[in-house]
Design a protein around this ligand. Structure first.
Ligand SMILES: [Zn+2]
Length: 247
């Protein structure tokens, strides 16, 4: 029987450094403001990127994590551009889940244009399952055995998926800070000429990310929001407290 006592409140898992900033950074900020302990796990280190080295990206990711008020951020060494659902990869992620013991795990929606994003969604879910298997032995870097643990809740960030979200999180208060976390990736998003056809200048990023957040906000009657999908049904205690106006 896996233990249920959590250490972190929310772990956001994604394929690439800067994915979390784009898809659920505002939600992490909102959770931090509520006093929640938050963490990020990037599955790759960005070695295949057109711009910037993996070392530059690590420094940028650390800076972005500070802006998002995240307590812990780490990156695994899955191959950038070739994230696949394998037992070995599930074990790597499961070890992190056992070490951090998050109550909630945010993973990418399971269908995506970028194969790494779709794979990260499936891998993340299956790794949460694997982490709870008592017969799977996993150790941390110091060789200490990690106790089986399974997160309570898994939700899917669906910003770039063409699906209707189950719910959105109001990030109005954090929209500027979320943008700053993305712009911390100077090697990716700075106004520079190298790879100019592929990368967009700051003003374009601002407009694009704000427009998407505005769209999801409008669905729920708030200014800016981030969308999520949950596979489970919602559970209501008091009909008078159900949010989002109907007419
Ligand atoms: Zn990505």
């Amino acid at each position: 029987m896996p233990t249920t006592e959590h250490i972190y409140d929310v772990l956001a898992l994604a394929a690439h450094r800067d994915d979390v900033e784009q898809s659920c950074g505002g939600t992490l900020l909102r959770m931090a403001q509520k006093g929640a302990r938050t963490a990020i796990l990037d599955l790759t280190r960005g070695e295949a990127g057109t711009r910037g080295t993996a070392a530059e990206r690590e420094a940028e990711a650390t800076e972005a994590a500070k802006i998002l008020r995240v307590e812990s951020r780490q990156a695994l060494d899955l191959p950038d551009g070739n994230v696949t659902v394998t037992w070995e990869n599930k074990l790597k992620i499961a070890a992190v889940i056992r070490a951090l013991r998050p109550r909630v795990v945010i993973v990418p929606y399971w269908q995506a244009r970028h194969p790494d994003h779709a794979a990260a969604g499936t891998l993340g879910y299956e790794a949460c399952f694997t982490a709870g298997l008592g017969k799977v032995e996993l150790r941390d870097e110091k060789g200490t055995a990690l106790a089986p643990y399974r997160p309570f809740k898994i939700i899917y960030s669906s910003l770039y998926a063409d699906v209707r979200p189950s719910f959105v999180v109001d990030i109005t208060e954090f929209i500027e800070q979320r943008l700053q976390s993305l712009l911390a990736y100077k090697s990716q998003y700075g106004n520079q000429s190298a790879g100019a056809g592929l990368f967009v200048p700051e003003e374009e990023i601002r407009e694009r990310t704000f427009a998407l957040a505005r769209y999801y906000g409008l669905l729920a009657g708030v200014r800016y929001a981030e969308p999520f999908v949950q596979k489970e049904v919602g559970l209501v205690d008091d009909l008078r407290q159900v949010p989002v106006q109907s007419i």
